[in-house]
Design a protein around this ligand. Structure first.
Ligand code: NAD
Ligand code: UDX
Length: 444
């Protein structure tokens, strides 16, 4: 099938590449000429495991190419995916200007039947806005070409995007157009062994499903974080509690890890956007209001521990920091908890030496010229002379360090661990003062 993907970011690039992998003829468009140039020259503008090799393979096979030419890309695909950003507006609602601009470009150039697929995360009712924008553009040209609008939200997780796309739990397709339904069903058939995993529904329910999923997961994490904070005070161990509740199949083990609050490009903005949608319709989502508040507080949980230990004046203190990305296996720094933690430490007079396996370049871009913040290219290189080690992201390379060496490098054998990487008993044995999340701290 001939496919166009409008927007070649995390979602668009993965979507286009994975669709090419199963034999489709894919054109990926972006308005960012720099991004397209990198892709045309064989580079990949983002870090996503497995993506580079898959892009190379499909480009060589002639099934995948990249362009900034809107007309060419609209001409190309019978199916036109819209995978542009939907960042938060000033009031937290989803800003649809990129989605509407993409829809307008399609309307401006399309000749013949097209299926226009919203893959971006968009509020309920956006399908109607996309349809209206296309009709307006067609009318300006005196055209009456027929088309279908489909909602096909994306559920991939960064860091596991290829795996998630190639082997999805489910594929949600919202449409009331039979031709579009058949085309979308055939397109996704190779991705599911069991066709029950393709869930057809109306457009509005599909749009709502995406927000409902992210809001549910964000709620789960925030509640777990609150249970961790309580466990810590009550002398319980959240790691044991996690296993104890996860074994109930109604709860399950996944997505039950307490930490420094959820970040990334989706949960924070999608929780807010759903709240705004509800408010616009006179409904208050009280649980979600609490989730947002709890997550905001959780981003400071490590800082609170640091202040309790060192006092509020951190002048002259130096911290080693492991992990900048909002989670492992990505270079994405959008809403990363590390940014809140670093900002606090610097504002209170401390200096920070940070390491992350892949996101130092992104960190430099989003925190340009931050005085007192330096970067090193290995975990051990940030340690010398530090008053404490602060762990923010659970990269695998941080999980089994040479504790003797860590201790020898640090000024104080002191670790604030926002991801519970180590067993407190082991840390005690190794001679560390250790502050995990929701577990008993080791003060020696
Ligand atoms: P991104 O910022 O990485 O990529 C969006 C791209 O769209 C950018 O490269 C931008 O230049 C391009 N663009 C903007 N307007 C354009 C236009 N008119 N024509 C062509 N290109 C245009 O964003 P992302 O993380 O890929 O997210 C895209 C959408 O998918 C969002 O709605 C997001 O909520 C949703 N989503 C993201 C993830 C994720 O893990 N990142 C997962 C599921 C859903
Ligand atoms: C999320 C959704 O999972 C995905 O389905 C959607 O398509 C996009 O948004 P992503 O943001 O890439 O994916 O990462 P995810 O693995 O969901 O983690 C989100 C945040 O929650 C991260 O900050 C992570 O550290 C945090 N998290 C996750 C926890 O704190 N504990 C957990 O148990 C799981």
């Amino acid at each position: 099938m001939k496919i166009t993907v409008i927007g070649s970011g995390y979602v668009g690039l993965v979507t286009g590449t994975c669709l090419a992998e199963y034999g489709n003829d894919v054109v990926c468009l972006d308005v960012d000429a720099n991004k397209i140039q990198i892709l045309q020259e064989g580079g990949v503008p983002i870090f996503e495991p497995g993506l580079e090799e898959m892009i190379k393979r499909n480009v060589s096979a002639g099934r995948l190419r990249f362009t900034t030419d809107i007309k060419e890309s609209v001409d190309h695909g019978t199916i036109q995916f819209i995978a542009v950003g939907t960042p938060p507006d000033e009031d937290g609602s989803a800003d649809l200007k990129y989605v509407v601009a993409a829809a307008r470009s399609i309307g401006r150039y399309m000749n013949g039947y097209k299926v226009i697929v919203d893959k971006s995360t968009v509020p309920v009712g956006t399908g109607d806005k996309v349809r209206a924008a296309i009709i307006e553009e067609l009318a300006q040209r005196g055209e009456q070409t027929s088309f279908a609008v489909v909602s096909n939200p994306e559920f991939l997780k960064e860091g596991a995007a290829i795996e998630d796309f190639m082997r999805p739990d489910r594929i949600v397709i919202g449409t009331d157009d039979d031709t579009a339904k058949d085309l979308m069903g055939s397109l996704y058939a190779p991705f599911v062994r069991n066709h029950d995993r393709i869930l057809f529904m109306d457009v509005r329910s599909a749009e709502m499903t995406k927000y409902a999923a992210n809001a549910m997961l964000a709620t789960r994490i925030s509640f777990m974080n609150e249970l961790a904070n309580l466990s810590e005070v009550m002398g319980a161990d959240i790691e044991l509690v996690r296993k104890g509740i996860g074994s109930d199949p109604r709860i399950g083990y996944h997505f039950l890890y307490p930490g420094v609050g959820y970040g990334g490009s989706c949960f924070p903005k999608d929780v807010q956007a759903l709240q705004r949608t509800a408010e616009e319709h006179g409904i208050s989502l009280k649980v979600l209001d609490a989730v947002e508040k709890a997550n905001h507080a959780q981003k400071s949980v490590l800082v609170d521990k640091i202040v309790k230990r060192f006092g509020n004046d951190l002048k002259g203190k130096h911290f080693a920091l492991w992990g900048l990305a909002f989670k492992p296996n990505t270079d994405d720094m959008r809403d990363a908890p590390s940014r809140v933690i670093i900002e606090y430490l610097l504002n209170h007079g401390a200096t920070v030496a940070a390491h992350d396996p892949v996101s130092i370049h992104e960190a430099q871009r989003v925190m340009p010229g931050w005085q007192g913040l330096s970067y090193e290219d290995s975990p051990m290189a940030v340690l010398p002379g530090a008053d404490a080690l602060v762990i923010v992201t659970e990269w695998k390379v941080f999980r089994s360090p040479d504790f003797t060496e860590v201790k020898a490098q640090l000024k104080n054998a002191l670790v604030f661990d926002g991801r519970n990487l180590f067993d407190p008993k082991r840390m005690q044995k190794e001679g560390f003062e250790y502050y995990p999340i929701g577990r008993q701290q080791v003060t020696n």
